[in-house]
Design a protein around this ligand. Structure first.
Ligand code: ASP
Length: 335
């Protein structure tokens, strides 16, 4: 009997030890978005749907390889957003929407959840990858947010190239802009939020060292007045990260995210009210933002690698991956 007891005890101890070890094992994960809004089944051809899915999958694969090889969440956020900024599919970097005077004005921000340090740029017109400039503002200046010409002067001093504003303008965005002007002239009224062309990009990540980071990059809202700044470069509104709680990136009608201090509110609900990430996001997006009349959503990851995507629109281009799991990409609400 004793002979049997020892091996059985040893096996049980081994199983208990390996299970608890598995739970404690550091997890990494990342979640991305490519904008929310009037995105519904039937709006896109299967080729278009596929193009979005392939690009989001490419971004997840890149982020996964950075985090898997021990890279930081900050590096992951920057590189993943660079890839989405370079794609004309999204309203960030190339493919950005046009302002009322036909220019592209770009906003971006990034935040390090370990140090609570952050960097942002707003209204830049000649920076190919605004998220990288935002990161450089964070690391190479004593400021947090630089705008317009000042941001571009800072970029030059930090070895960025200035490019022509034409680079960002795609035929699709130009046609959208033309249509919106014609519509405005015909209707002689302001456009409603339903008409807005959304498509901001964002990423939130947790690395193997337990550090969180988030970033957001956008061309803003289609036909916005030149000089308008939305939530994407505003820390606490469009972007927030704190190792104590979570990392968040938002997309939607920026004015409402600023008024709700939406990204920070999610973190604060977790920190001060002990809410889970899902509960906090539900309250902020589905209750508070919606009640105020705002539309859009967030992607977020907490310090235990729980991932949440939440939006009050018909769809949001989104995807996520965690270590050891298959990446997931979704477009519509009922997926
Ligand atoms: N939130 C962005 C802005 O208001 C737009 C978007 O997410 O599509 O500038």
């Amino acid at each position: 009997m004793k002979k049997l007891l020892y091996p059985v005890l040893a096996a049980a101890l081994f199983i208990i030890f390996s299970c608890s070890n598995k739970e404690n094992r550091t997890q990494y994960g990342l979640v991305i978005h490519g904008g929310s809004g009037n995105i519904y089944k039937g709006k896109y051809t299967s080729e278009e749907e596929n193009a979005y899915k392939v690009k989001l999958m490419e971004a997840l694969t890149l982020g996964d390889s950075i985090l898997n090889s021990g890279g930081s969440s900050l590096e992951c956020v920057e590189k993943v957003i660079n890839l989405l900024e370079d794609s004309p599919l999204f309203n960030a970097g190339k493919g950005a929407v046009l302002t009322n005077v036909g220019t592209c004005e770009l906003d971006a921000s990034i935040m390090d959840g370990r140090t609570l340090n952050a960097g942002a740029v707003a209204g830049v017109q000649r920076i190919k990858n605004p998220i990288s400039l935002a990161k450089t503002v964070m690391t190479n200046s004593r400021h947090l947010l630089l705008t317009g010409d000042g941001a571009e002067k800072f970029a030059l001093e930090n070895e960025f190239n200035l490019i022509d504003n034409e680079y960002f303008r795609t035929k699709k965005r130009y046609d959208q802009w033309q249509n919106s002007i014609e519509k405005k002239l015909k209707q002689k009224e302001h456009r409603t939020e339903k008409d807005e062309k959304l498509g901001t990009v964002g990423c939130a990540a947790l690395d193997l060292n337990g550090n969180l980071a988030a970033g957001t990059s956008t061309g803003g809202i289609s036909s916005k007045r030149f000089g308008r700044v939305g939530d994407s470069p505003i820390i606490g509104a469009g972007t927030y990260a704190n190792n104590k709680t979570c990392a968040v990136s938002a997309t939607g009608t920026g004015e409402y995210f600023i008024r709700n201090v939406a990204a920070y509110d999610i973190s604060a609900k977790m920190e001060y009210q002990g809410k889970s990430l899902n509960e906090a996001a539900e309250e902020v997006i589905i209750s508070k933002l919606t009640e105020l009349g705002g539309s859009g959503g967030i992607i977020a990851i907490d310090n235990k690698a729980n991932i949440v995507t939440k939006f009050n629109t018909k769809g949001m281009f989104r995807g996520s991956v965690k270590n050891g799991e298959m990446p997931i990409v979704k477009l519509y609400i009922d997926e």
